[in-house]
Design a protein around this ligand. Sequence first.
Ligand SMILES: [Zn+2]
Length: 733
Amino acid sequence: MWDSITRSCTLLFTIAMVIWAFADNMNTASARDEKDNNPALTAPDNAKEDQNPLLAKWTGKYGGVPPFDRVQVSLFKPALEAGMAEQLAEVDKIARDPAAPTFENTIVAMERAGRTLDRVTTLYGVWAATMNGPEFQVVQREMAPRLAAFGDQITQNEALFKRIEAVYNSPDKAKLTAEQQRLVWLYYTNFVRAGARLAPEAKARLSQINQQLAGLYTRFSQNVLAEETDQFIVLKSEADLAGLPQSLRDAAAAAAVTKKVPDSWVIMNTRSAIDPFLTYSDRRDLREKAWRMFINRGDNGDAHDNNAIITEILQLRAERAKLLGYPTHAHWRLENAMAKTPERAMELMEAVWKPAVARVHEEVADMQALANKEGANIKIEPWDYRYYMEKVRKAKYDLDQNEVKPYLQLEKLREGIFWVAGELFGFNFTPVTDVPVAHPDIRVWEVTDRATKRHIGLWYFDPYARAGKRSGAWMNAYRSQEKVNGEITTIVSNNANFIKGKPGEPLLISWDDATTMFHEFGHALHGLNSNVTYPSLSGTAVARDYVEFPSQLMEHWLATPQVLQRFALHYQTGKPIPQELVDRIKRSATFNQGFATVEYLSAALVDMKLHLAGDKKIDPDAFERETLSQLGMPHELVMRHRTPQFLHVFASDGYSAGYYSYLWSDVLTADAFGAFVEGGGPYDAKVAARLRQYIFSVGNTIDPAEGYREFRGRDAKIEALMKKRGFAGDGSE
Ligand SMILES: [Zn+2]
């Protein structure tokens, strides 16, 4: 797949603390005036634990596990209502405490609150992302604005904020540990940033905006999901299949069964189906058809069109930023990120943009020359890019992706990932079958410390595409590591959308997909390594433009000889991938970086510019077109996520004005791997120990820039990134 910064991965967050942080693809909807200040009194009948299993404490081994086997969609609404009511009651008690505010009775008390709702929203998030359907969507549309209002009820609780402020300003703060001081800072800052200091009228308007936005986010993501589910291309004959390798034909045949189209092959409207089709189909007419279908998701002028929703979202975000005292939504979003200001993020993007565009022109020239040589008599268009890119790869580097694939068995690579985690962090993985799962395809492993046998956590693996599961790959934390209520271990999952092949045969994946697996596993390791006290600071709960750093870093271990020789084994002969093939892969490492970088960066730049535009009314299609034209976007490719389907940005606040984060993190990634290269190589135990100590285990307990400096001995430099992408300027690759 794409290159490291463009991974569609995202993390799914639950309602950690009080803010409906984001849940990439999965937010929710409607506009209801939620002014019930004491919902505890109105908790519905099946809100009791004995009647609603979603409310119960998790039971079983490993400190309890999520009761996936007891979920029914009808239980979500009463469970969410009861969870919110319970948390509001807990918060109310903290706010009304007659004792003077202290770290313990205010901040720690807040950390202990909301546990029931945490459990419910974990299950709710899993259903939203992987088990979605019409019945669930009704619940989402109703509950999204109510969850938003609930968050505001907490951040707008004056008595509570006064206590947090008192702890923050108290001279006693200096006596707290560094982690505790950072937690106080985080609470105080989050409350202020969420409007805790506003006048009552402004607060009311803010809450209204948040509820409206939650409704719009839900509609946005449901529209994209609908177009990915309902639209597909039917192939009828051998001629329609021209160029497609057997694995794609098998997947298309399986999709036809799912879609109930007899005697046909089906190409679904998802990235995992479209990208390979565009890469291999010899049928230029069908490539164009598939490309148009995919890039027009949410932009078809029908019931699922997202343009009007985007206009409204942007206006509401601009208004909210003004209310909160920021010039734009981008300024508000970036304040606590590593970048701090939109200007710094733009500076980085612009530094990379020009060399990347120049590289695209070179790539297109190579492709055009090859097409001319073949007598194709065409001018390269966006639906030709992947197709000719693959041909150039073969011609220039003698590298055929299908030559690599037989060595990349999904399950062997999973074993490789486990082995790497063992080498770097001393983890051991043992399959377990005694915990419930949401779907029979999902498998679970227990993670233990190799030396001490101590239980570290659980890793759930949900690799296959299915109806109701959003596309892409991501990590999700079901439970964060913490010590505030005794030792709580973490539960994480990795999710992907591999298309199941023939039963009984090993599933072969591409090099890019293998890279993605290492990436997502990097997020999982970030969660599993966590060693903090407070859940709000745990694992992956770090700044948005830092969170992709540990995951992108892990991608580097796929290409290490140790992994390839042991785990990249031919699915028929069992022989390891030949060194000369590995050498060819390495020689082509910076191949196509123009495409990958411009595809990603154009989306990141449009995202940032949309959110720097202030409160003027924006026509998304026109804005996108004009912005790209001003940037000098090469016409042979499109944004990785066009505005009407940009779930990172419009399915929640998540990556809004934050899609640049992948590039920001990649500066750190490229630079950090240098520490291993300069040391004893990728498995240097001393460097790995520093990595764990200052990056993977600390969560958000320290400033990420400081953590990085401790690890590397200095700040990150951009040079390693430019070199990694082949933009170093010396023309070599
Ligand atoms: Zn990621």
